[in-house]
Structure formats: C-alpha cells, structure tokens
Design a protein around this ligand. Structure first.
Ligand code: RP5
Length: 168
C-alpha cells in the first residue's frame, strides 16, 4: 500500500495543469507523496469546502492552491483550514496574471496565504518541502544538497564564461 499524501495540490481548472504540474515535479524530486485535485472556488464551491475542511483529518500537512483571474481558491481554502496554504497565481491571457496575483496575495489580516510568483508553482512545491522538513532531518539534508547543486551550477556557468568569453 502506498503512503498517504502529505501535500494537496488544488487547482481551479484543468487549464491550470501545465503550471501546477511544476509543484508536483518539485515534490517528486524530494520524494513527497501528494495528490492533485481540481476544485473551483466559484464553479464548485461545495467541493472546495468539503476538501478544505477534511484536509487535516485526511493527513495532509500543506495545501498548494493555484488559480487564475479572480483567483479565490487559495483564500477560501485558507479560511476553512489551519493547515498552511501556499497560493500560486496562474498567468492569464488578458491581464498576464497580475489579476491572479492580487486576488491571492491580498488576504485580510488573520487568514494568511503564502503567495509565490506568477506561475511560481515549482517554488510552491519547494516551500511545501521546506515546511515538511521542519520535522524531518533527512528532508533538511536533501534541501541543503539541492542548494549546493544550484550553487555548483552557478560556478560552472561562471567558469565557462571565463573560459569562453562572451558569444553572440
Ligand atoms: C480559474 O479560471 C482557473 O483557475 C483558471 O486559471 C481560469 C480559467 O479556467 P478555465 O476557463 O480554463 O476552466 O478559475
């Protein structure tokens, strides 16, 4: 039997999938079990309420919620659970995602949503891993190695630039 999910990735529509898949990629990189759910705050409010209210009891520890436009999904979930909620503003065709960003980030005092960049789902996944790592030394070590790998890549790029100079 597989382990129960620790992170819920919720999105407003299947059109959010290409962006939100990045959150799943980050979680998979660190071996975190997650579930992905489509549950729109406006088109299926009852489903969102059911999911958010049951999330803690179901064993979830963090919820990542991504939506675009009048993006109320993360805020509604945050209102219904005390689990940490990370909001991902999904880029939109007409306003480029500034609408999603402002809808998610401007939560009222008392009900926080930790908001990442527009289409920043990979970072949302990483942040969820960092939250889970508070209680898990092995995960902390994996995160430290990940940071070291990134630093090594910067060094590699810098060395190549010094070796080869600018190429246009
Ligand atoms: C939001 O409206 C969804 O999160 C999505 O980003 C956007 C468009 O949804 P679709 O019309 O593609 O279903 O609720």
């Amino acid at each position: 039997m597989s382990a129960p999910p620790e992170v819920g990735i919720v999105m407003g529509s299947d059109s959010d999938l290409p962006v939100m898949a990045e959150a799943g990629a980050a979680l998979e990189r660190f071996g975190i079990v997650y579930e992905a759910v489509i549950a729109s705050a406006h088109r299926h409010t009852e489903k969102v309420m059911r999911y958010a209210r049951g999330a803690s009891g179901a064993g979830l520890k963090v919820i990542i919620a991504g939506a675009g436009g009048a993006a109320h999904l993360a805020g509604v979930i945050a209102a219904l659970t005390v689990l940490p909620v990370i909001g991902v503003p999904v880029a939109t065709e007409h306003l480029g995602g500034i609408d999603s960003l402002l809808s998610i980030v401007q939560m009222p005092r008392g009900v926080p949503v930790g908001t990442v960049a527009v289409n920043g789902a990979y970072n949302a996944g990483l942040l969820a891993v960092q939250i889970l790592a508070l209680e898990e030394r092995v995960l902390q070590d994996k995160l430290l190695r990940f940071r070291q790998e990134m630093a090594a890549q910067v060094e590699e790029k810098d060395n190549r630039l010094r070796r080869e100079g600018f190429k246009f």
